[in-house]
Design a protein around this ligand. Structure first.
Ligand SMILES: [Zn+2]
Length: 70
């Protein structure tokens, strides 16, 4: 049996499973979220699983291009 990530938890990054620090998921002002000022790496956005897209935010670490991620 394969373990599947739980995309129902909106506070967890669907890519790495860590806290995504999303202000919306935390019930705070969306304008205070880091994603409002961050530049998203397009390849990170496309690597979000289909079932998680538009549902769960990724974290700042996954959103920015990471050299060690290739
Ligand atoms: Zn992440």
């Amino acid at each position: 049996m394969n373990e599947r990530p739980n995309y129902d938890d909106q506070t967890k990054c669907p890519l790495c499973g860590r806290d995504n620090q999303c202000a919306v998921a935390a019930g705070r002002d969306p304008d205070s979220c880091w994603c409002m000022t961050a530049t998203m790496d397009p390849s990170a956005l496309t690597s979000i699983p289909q079932e998680a897209q538009g549902k769960v935010c990724i974290c700042a670490q996954c959103a920015s291009a990471s050299p060690e991620n290739g």
